[in-house]
Every structure is written in structure tokens, then in C-alpha cells.
Design a protein around this ligand. Sequence first.
Ligand SMILES: [Zn+2]
Length: 468
Amino acid sequence: MIVLIVWDGLRPDMITAERTPFLHSAAGGGAFCEASHAAFPTATRINSASLSTGCYPGRHGIVDNSLYVPAIDPSAAISCADWRALQRMADLEGGRLVTVPTLGETLRACGRRMASAGSGSPGTTYLTNPTLTGPVVNWALAWPASAEEEVARRCGAFLGPESTSMERTEFVLRAVTDYLLPVARPDLLTLWLTEPDHTQHSDGLCAPAALSTLLELDRRLEDLVAALDRLGEHTYLLLSDHGFSTIRERVTPDRALVEAGLKDSLRSTDVIRDGNSIYLNGDARDRLGDLVRTLADQPWIGGLFVRDDHLNACPGAMPQTEVFGSHRRSAELMFAYRWSSEPNKHGVPGSVTGSSRNAATHGSASPYDIHNCLVAWGKGIARGITSAVPCGIVDVAPTALHLMGIGAPDAMQGRVLHELLEGGPPPETVTVRRETQEWDLPASSGTRRQVARYSIVDGHRYLDQVSM
Ligand SMILES: [Zn+2]
């Protein structure tokens, strides 16, 4: 069995002998990737879809953590945590939520079984197998609904909204051992754990609560792996969906837009801002050039990305395809918050401006948010290697398929991570190219230079960071 485990928001530098002893030792016996990349925007649901499709958001269509669908709600974006809203959007468009073949569909076509569990939002869990080619269990519900009675009989009652993230994690761990493994007998299992994301958001990186959550997760992981190993020999890939940064400075983007005269009022629908996206309605589309020029001068802006079919409105701007976005669902303008390497009070580097009241967050084009975890061990994985070869969350699906002897569908953008596999090339022999691209962005004060850095392996390009 291939076991894909996600620890939401785990930074690679959090894996140490003290903080995560079991994971650290598993990584030491297998393969540890030093240069894995999440998809931008570095938020959860976007990367859940990248894991399940092997594609970037410009292809899979989950282009932000919230999506603006006027036919559902003309006044606000829908949250991708809400799986019903996601499916309603897909139904309006003809049925397909992610606009490429999924890992689950590829496995089913080859007669293999996939099962999924997740302790994050129902939307995040749903996106791990959005066409439900196998059973999917979340703490609040299961798909198909006909499975819920049996899940509850074996694992206890589903949880309510008052449940804690650790209760949710315990529930889905029981769902794996007591329901999915014996009933679904999967060839590939995905298990998405919502921590340490929650605790890092509320308390900050390496805060006492975050460290105790890491230790708790590590103990649960050790127990799970022991239980799975009693059943046979497996391949484990443990990853995160994004990194994390400390919030140094708080901004209110909507207020800034109103004060600059670019949005009529905080409640107006001419300009809808949610997550990293700024959607323009009606006549406000004519303001795209003004928006770019004004935002380029804001001290909290770290990147601006214009939907490719609107570039003629702002010559010189960076197209969304260069951050692997630009889908028909994309906002006319996307932005990233400004970042720096400044450490927090616990000495953890990486800070951003941000709009939330949390201690820490993610979503930017900073290397601290972009660099996610990827660790592999077990059957078919090289032993005791540390790889500095750039790789990413989009590579997990093609690599998992390869380990099962299945070719990746043409639409998948990731590559097979041969350098992590038994018999593969040693990582230090893999050729890596670096590329820098610059855009002179029109700004009210003149021009602002926006710089994107990439790493390239075998024709696959990874976004390392954007700064301005
Ligand atoms: Zn996340």
C-alpha cells in the first residue's frame, strides 16, 4: 500500500530529533527532501487539489482558498472549506470540480482502490478525491453517505463543530484503522491531519502549544505506522501542504482599497477581495490598471499577478501563469503579502504582513510559505538520503502512481521523483537550473521591480519565491 500522510502546515525545519522524534528517525532511514515546493497561493485547499491531481491551480481550477461565483453569491466568495458550495459551483459548470483527471480516477481505471480520511475541513478532505472514486471519511461526515452508519458503528459518532482538532485527528485515525483498512482495503491511502496548522496559526511557530502538538502528532504517527506495518510492507510519503510565517504587521486590504478610491465601500460588490484574489465586477474591470499601479506602491504588497487574458490592461505586469495560476475561475488580479526573513520571538525565521489576527499564517510567495515538507520511507524508497533536488507537492501523485507501476496521465504537471527511489540516480547527480525573471511593474510612483525565482529540474519549473 502507498500511504500519503499530510501534516497541515508543517515546515521542514520543524522536523528534528527533539520536536518530532519518530518522523525524524523515519526520514533519516528513508529520504528527506530539503527543497520541496507547495503551489501558490500557499493555502490548504489549493494544495489539497494539487496533491489529488498532480497539477498546479491554473490547471486544476482550485485557484484560491475561496472562489467568487456570482451565480451562487454575488456579494462574497464561497469558502472552499464548504464542499457543498464547491459541488454547487461544479454543477453550474457542468459537473467537474477539478478540471483535470484525479489520482483516484487514474487508480480506478487501473483497477486499484483509493481510500481517504481527513481531519481538516470537509472541503479539504473532499478535494483529496473529489470524484469520490473511493470512500472518504471526515470527522463531520463521510462519502458516500451510505458509509456513515458503518463508520459510526466502528469508530464512534461523527463529531460536531465544537470538537477540537486533536479529537478530529483521533477520529480519522480510528477511521483508517477500524474502517478504511478492513472494509475498503485500499492500494493507496491518503490521511490529511489538520495539525500543526491550527496551533501554529493561534500560538505561533515553536510556541509551547505548537511544540506539544508536534510531539502529540509524532506519537500518533508512530502508533499508526506500527499498526500499518503489522499488515505488510508499505511506502510512506509524509508531506505538508505549505510552510508558515509569523505575522509581523497587520493590514486591512479592503479598507486600503476603499481609501485608495478603488472600491466603492467595504460592503460594495464592485471589487470583491478574498484570500489572495481581487475580483472585479462590471465597470470596475476598467480599474484593473489603476489597481495594479496603486497596489504596487503599498508597503504590504509582495507580488501582483494579472490574469493572462487581462494583461493588455496593465502592460509590464506579471502574468498569473508565471505563478502557475490563470484559470477561467481566477480573479482578474491576485496578490501576495510582503515577506521578510525576520525571526519570531522563538528564533524561527520568516515573517509576513497579513490580514488575520492570528500569530502566524501562510499563503504568500515567501520561501518560508512555499517550502513544504516531503519525507518518504519504506518499500521502494532509497535509504538514508537527503535530497536538495527541487521537487513539489505536484510530484507526489505521479511518484505514487510510478511506485504502483502506473503511468501518470498526460495532464499531470508533476514529475516522478526518481532520485528518492531505490535504484534511482543519487540526488547530487541530478542537474538543477536556476532562473530569475523580472517585471517592471507600472506603479503610481514610477515602476516597481517584481522578481520571481525558479528552480528547474528535467524541464519542470518550481517557483521558489516572488519579491518586490
Ligand atoms: Zn494547510
